[in-house]
Design a binder for this molecule. Structure first.
Ligand SMILES: [Zn+2]
Length: 207
């Protein structure tokens, strides 16, 4: 959350801000990896009330969450126009298989997906529940990774047509400036570093 706010990004609504905060712990926007040890992960999860204070996490827990986070970021990039990769799907399925979940009816007859597990599986289950709820609510496609190769922050697209692929004005301007330079035949170093799949108008494989 802290990083999302520091970048000047508006947090995603409700529990989606937790997915956004997790995604933005990656090395994005010129910042380095935030989840460098289990303690950093524990702090993030207790801040988001997904973990009780004082619970110690292991290096395995950290690796699992980082892999899950990176899978989510790949999906957010798909929401920004990149092609969907079966490899990302398989990797995510491997990570979440065996996490016990349960369905229950809540207010107004809406269905809710919740973890029915203990220990760290419950934390992963809570994150999965948020993903499932966002898909049920139809807001999942609004969570995107900024297509600017120097940014890559996760943002929530509030535009009416869900068409924005840059997290803020600064990134849009940078894109137009590069396009202008390209037209004028000037070398554009950052664009050469752009991972495949980032171009919004021409989707390609993520990896
Ligand atoms: Zn951006």
């Amino acid at each position: 959350m802290a990083r999302t706010a520091r970048a000047g990004l508006e947090p995603a609504p409700g529990e989606l801000r937790i997915l956004q905060a997790l995604a933005n712990t990656a090395a994005v926007g010129g910042e380095s990896e935030h989840l460098t040890d289990p303690q950093a992960l524990a702090r993030l999860l207790t801040d988001e009330k997904l973990l009780d204070r004082g619970v110690e996490l292991t290096a395995d827990d950290l690796q699992r969450v980082i892999a899950f986070r990176d899978g989510l970021r790949d999906l957010f990039l798909v929401n920004s126009g990149a092609a969907f990769s079966g490899r990302v799907r398989d990797r995510l399925n491997e990570l979440v298989q065996g996490v016990p979940m349960r369905l229950s009816f809540v207010d107004q007859g809406a269905i809710r997906v919740e973890p029915s597990s203990e220990g760290f599986d419950e934390v992963v289950g809570r994150l999965l529940g948020i993903v499932a709820q966002a898909q049920v609510d139809g807001v999942w496609r609004r969570l995107k990774v900024c297509v600017d190769s120097e940014c890559r922050r996760t943002f929530y697209d509030r535009s009416k047509g869900v068409t924005t692929v840059w997290c803020m004005k600064r990134c849009t301007n940078r894109h137009h400036a590069r396009k202008r330079r390209r037209r004028q035949g000037v070398s554009t170093q950052p664009d050469r570093q752009r991972p495949s799949g980032a171009a919004p108008s021409k989707p390609r494989r993520i990896r």
